[in-house]
Design a protein around this ligand. Structure first.
Ligand code: NAD
Length: 258
């Protein structure tokens, strides 16, 4: 079965990768692309799409089985509304989401199919499992997460770093209360059950994440490096193909790979 997809934020860095991944996947057909500024024929020609594809949000939500959203958090207010109104599945890769955005996803998941992953790469999601396993064996070690991204990234720490922390926290019975995002604010010793986060920005790095387990006199580091954004766009297209045959609900990457 072919999944008809539309891509929100088509002109963005991820948007253009999603178009390439969508065009090369034999189970998907791109029926819509839209962005905040108009999509014209020159753009369609550049990315190899026919001028019959829909180029507005409204038409895309009507024509597509699934919308793929890698845009910005405020867009979720109208995307979840349009998804519910048109019974369109929604795949969200946008990061920097806050509680109010997660509530929108949960609410929409009651009447349509919604998929959210702050990192759509299969390798990164396997990395989460490896980090959980390491944490379960290294209970007395101090845990620090370091992430590096390109100079244009706006949110910090990355959604992936937070998700990595959440996975480890869940494994160890910790909560977000154990997270330390800013060591500069307080001059105090590191707490034993803390998970610390550090962010580095520069160049055109698509994303690197390291979790370090520091013991007394020894350390273990696990690192995942993304060499390009194709890993995220290919994963998002696979998620769209998988999601359309599920029941209504809010799903994560783990639901797809287990
Ligand atoms: P970008 O700034 O290059 O592109 C975002 C695009 O979305 C822009 O073209 C912008 O005009 C468009 N946009 C914003 N609001 C919109 C709206 N309401 N309707 C339609 N289009 C809208 O950013 P990017 O590097 O492509 O990243 C986009 C998001 O995806 C970020 O949150 C980033 O962190 C996230 N991201 C997630 C993953 C993942 O695997 N989940 C991977 C990479 C990036």
């Amino acid at each position: 079965m072919t999944t008809k997809i539309a891509i929100a934020g088509a002109k963005g860095r991820m948007g253009e990768n999603l178009i390439r991944s969508g065009l090369s996947n034999q189970n998907t057909q791109i029926v819509g692309v839209f962005d905040v500024t108009d999509i014209d024929e020159t753009f369609l020609k550049k990315v190899g799409l026919p001028n019959t594809v829909k180029t507005s949000q409204e038409e895309s939500f009507i024509a597509a089985d699934a919308i793929i959203d890698f845009t910005s958090p405020p867009a979720l207010f109208s995307f979840t509304e349009s998804a519910v109104a048109n019974n369109t599945s929604l795949i969200v890769g946008t990061t920097g989401l806050e509680k109010k955005h997660f509530k929108l996803l949960e609410q929409a998941g009651k009447s349509v199919k919604v998929f959210y992953a702050p990192n759509m790469s299969f390798g990164v999601n396997s990395f989460f499992n490896l980090a959980r396993k390491a944490a379960s064996q290294l209970k007395s070690f101090d845990i620090e997460i370091i992430e590096t991204h390109h100079r244009h990234k706006k949110d910090a720490p990355s959604g992936t770093a937070i998700k990595l922390g959440e996975e480890i926290a869940e494994e160890l019975g910790y909560s977000n209360e154990n997270f330390n995002f800013d060591r500069q604010q307080k001059s105090e010793e590191r707490k034993s059950k803390e998970i610390g986060f550090s962010s580095i920005r520069g160049g055109n790095i698509p994303g690197e994440h390291t979790v370090i387990f520091h013991g007394d006199n020894e350390s273990i580091e696990l690192t995942h490096k993304s060499y390009n954004r194709k890993i995220f766009s290919d994963g998002a297209i696979e998620a769209a193909n998988w999601l359309v045959s599920q029941k209504n609900g809010l799903y994560t990457f783990r639901d797809m790979i287990t």
